[in-house]
Design a protein around this ligand. Sequence first.
Ligand code: ZN
Ligand code: ZN
Length: 439
Amino acid sequence: MKTVLIIDDDADCRRVFGAVLNQSGWQVYHAGNGDEGIELARQHRPSVVLCDLLMPRVNGFKVCRELRADASLRQMGIVVTSGRNFEADRRAAIDAGADDYLPKPVEPAALVAALARFDVNDIPPAPEKPAEMPTRISGLPRLKFWGVRGSTPAPGAGTVVYGGNTSCIEIRAKGELIVLDAGTGLRLLGRQLAEEFKDQPLHVTLLLTHTHWDHIQGLPFFQPAYQPQNRVRILGFEGARHGLSSVLSSQMENPFFPITLRQLPANLQIEELKEMKFSIGRVRVEACFANHPGICVGYRLFTGEASIAYFPDNEPHYVAEGIDPKAAAEYAQSQERRIIAFLRGVDILIMDAQYDREEYQRHKGWGHACLDDVVALALKAEVKKLFLFHHDPDHEDGKISEMAEYARKLVKAQNGKLQVDAAREGLVVELAGVAQAVR
Ligand SMILES: [Zn+2]
Ligand SMILES: [Zn+2]
């Protein structure tokens, strides 16, 4: 059965288009606004959507982008109609994902002709389970750092020891392949996975803390996403202003990138997390909001061998200026208690330690940490091993080594047992023997 969904806030238009198409054998669904249209498109999965451009709230461009962000709807046609006949609108609609653009009024014969090429069966439902079984992830449970830098990549002679790529960590545990953040380090991980698994189907879960550039820019260069046998699941919380899939697809829109997210051949699933506790296979995960601009979280993963907490961007107990100092201090302390409870006893803590004490004075309220505060936090939470992370792009190798050494001195001064290292690209940590970090 060929089906069409007409999205138009003009009831007359819907009626006229509906009657014409009905006569040509189309089954017709109607929606009076963009929101409802997106919902019905997901529910009925029609062969084609006929969508008006100028609608209040959710306009036709937005409808196109939302539907195109759903990889499982990639075969669905989208035809935009508009009372305006500007070339710029036509181009923008095509850029947003439309297949065609019809200026109103549309002649009945022209409408039928324009939709004829979408005369296919409904879009099949998204597969619950992929046909192919994923390749087993075997070997000792471990984590590997692929990108440790904050804010922006920092390649160059001064950063060869710790590396210049932005946030990306691979975890292999309990048969799962989990990637924490998709910074530029993800490109190197993708290359390694493609080499290691070749044509075998791979299931990868990307767990995102937030969508700042340094945590998502590797995604367009992730080789497994270009291999149709793979499934790439992307999990994260909704952004401050836009949904996760719309943020991730917008960084790949023209003119930023030549291939759109929906054109990636792998089976890509983007899922917005709603719960703070969930599981990836047999790995239990908990999330905790971080003190960082926008919606940003940290995660704690329970792998069996070792628990891992990951807070790449966080400013511990920051006391905001301009409000009652006593209330601000009390609030900061309550936030600190919350995060200590979350981290309590974790084996491995990977945490934002971007600034030294002196630099931090100039960066208060930026959402990144002072090293001294991070060490104090890790000691209070009885963490076993701390990896300083999200290195400042201006910090060269010598500076990062100094910061790690300084952190160890802080621990010693308090007779603490906490081990401290600076995270570096390529470092592998066997989870069964957390104390023995080896390259
Ligand atoms: Zn960051
Ligand atoms: Zn950030």
